[in-house]
Design a protein around this ligand. Structure first.
Ligand SMILES: CC(C)[C@@](O)(CC(=O)O)C(=O)O
Ligand code: SF4
Length: 468
């Protein structure tokens, strides 16, 4: 029977079909765990006196509450310290592999999984974290789950799920210079809205997608959740196989050949139909920035802050007014004239080696604007080591940036890296909600290229604005 990529992966994982609208029971190939959403799940197992069903398909890391400097000193914040200590105790008790702070494989869970070759095409991948959609870049069916579902997967390695609808997002054309995968996904969210993907798995297709690296594909799938989708997927191809070959947990020898043969079948059949279709032309895309307090409130950098008076629908007009009040922006202000206090380069959206290389390319031989503080936080310890091996750490330090150890850092206000109230930041992360980066902090979501150019000029900028 003809099927889409998502339908094929789903079909291959059904343990039991739900009758009369009841959910299917799906097998889970990879369960990723971090310190924030796992404590209650492990408590549930303890209370029911249940072991973890497949510890070998489960892996944990520390990323949200961890500091990104003085990482070998005791964690100062008591809540963070308890979260981390609880994860370590749980992993010890239940026999789960853990990459703790200080380990060479530690990092943000959605950077570590792919980097270790754990995330593979055709897998079902879950984590108690909505940005698990990242792993769909490999043609895996990957999605965030809640704490009770974390417990269910730990106990049974399965999950009851109602099938998602499928939406094709076709990106044709070639990305212009200075525009990146981040600009693609910000444009997609602006087009379909933060609820546009509700109930769907998004499959990204088209020439512009096929030309992207795995890191760029992960940026796009990572933010599928910000369009309301459960998951984002890209069909695996030679780029995928190239990325995976030789990684610590990737198959080898005859297993590798067999895996690639299967992975090559993982694409939507000619003639298979999607429940919805959206098309964008990458050639039209210029660097995108958000002006508001959700990832859908974004515009091309050449634009200006919208005027609520131009918004016809009352509820939407009110949302724009509220966002502008929080962001302290006047309608009509050119986005390029918005001065920032901070720049953050990192997160599971744009904290990989390719992202750091892109930012370093702009920063090399330059220095930051005196009024801007710049944080560069690798998505994993491995990325940090790679950046040091390539001398990028020196570029960042000479630029005046603060180059840190790996973690979620200033993506969210759960660790020491936070914005002060009123501080405005150009951030390569994925959420700009009120207070996301720290109480009263103001976030503009941007690509690593825009972040680096902004750090030079002091206002939201693209590489073209800082060309020497
Ligand atoms: C809050 C944190 C655990 C989280 O990683 C959760 C999530 O993405 O679901 C986030 O980025 O909001
Ligand atoms: S980097 Fe940000 S979005 Fe990603 S898992 Fe960490 S907190 Fe969540």
């Amino acid at each position: 029977m003809l099927g889409t990529l998502a339908e094929k992966v789903w079909r291959d994982h059904v343990v039991r079909r739900g009758e009369a609208g009841a959910p299917d029971l799906l097998y889970i190939d990879l369960h990723l765990v971090h310190e924030v959403t796992s404590p209650q799940a492990f408590d549930g197992l303890r209370l029911a006196n249940r072991p973890v069903r497949r510890p070998d398909l489960t892996i944990a890391t520390e990323d949200h509450n961890t500091p990104t400097e003085d990482i070998f000193a005791p964690i100062k914040d008591p809540v963070s310290r308890v979260q981390i200590e609880t994860l370590r105790k749980n992993c010890e008790e239940f026999g789960i592999r853990l990459h703790p702070l200080g380990d060479d494989e530690q990092g943000i869970v959605h950077v570590v999984g792919p980097q270790l070759g754990l995330t593979q095409p055709g897998m079902t991948v879950v984590c108690g974290d909505s940005h698990t959609s990242t792993h769909g870049a490999f043609g895996a069916l990957a999605f965030g789950i809640g704490t009770s579902e974390v417990e269910h997967v730990l106990a049974t390695q399965t999950l009851p799920l109602t099938p998602f609808k499928t939406m094709a997002i076709t990106i044709e054309g070639d990305l212009p210079e200075g525009s990146t995968a981040k600009d693609i996904i910000l444009a997609v969210i602006a087009k379909i809205g933060t609820g546009g993907g509700q109930g769907y798995v998004l499959e990204y297709r088209g020439k512009a997608i096929e030309q992207l690296s795995m890191e760029a594909r992960m940026t796009i799938c990572n933010m599928s959740i910000e369009a309301g989708a459960r998951a984002g997927m890209i069909a695996p191809d030679e780029t995928t196989f190239e990325y995976l070959k030789g990684r610590p947990h990737a198959p080898t020898g005859a297993d590798w050949d067999a895996a690639v043969a299967y992975w090559k079948t993982l694409k939507t059949d000619e003639g298979a139909t999607f429940d919805a279709e959206v098309t964008l032309n990458a050639a039209d895309l210029e660097p995108f920035v958000t002006w508001g307090t959700n990832p859908g409130q974004g515009l091309p950098l050449s634009g200006s802050v919208p005027d609520p008076k131009d918004v016809a629908e009352a509820a939407e007009r009110e949302a724009v007014e509220q966002a502008l009040a929080y962001m302290d922006l006047a309608p009509g202000t050119k986005l390029r004239d918005i001065a920032v206090d901070a720049v953050f380069i990192g997160s599971c959206t744009n904290g990989r080696i390719e992202d750091l290389r892109a930012a370093a390319e702009i920063m090399r031989g330059r220095t930051k604007h005196p009024d801007v503080r710049v944080l560069v936080v690798p998505g994993s310890a491995r990325v940090r080591l790679q950046a040091q091996a390539e001398g990028l750490d020196q570029v960042f330090t000479d630029f005046g940036a603060d180059f840190r150890f790996a973690g979620c850092s200033m993506c969210l206000g759960m660790n020491p890296d936070q914005l002060a109230p009123g501080e405005r930041c150009a951030s390569t992360s994925n959420r700009n909600f009120e207070g996301r980066q720290g109480k009263g902090g103001r976030t503009h979501l941007v690509s690593p290229l825009v972040a680096a150019a902004t750090a030079i000029r002091g206002t939201l900028s693209s590489p073209a604005d800082v060309k020497e």
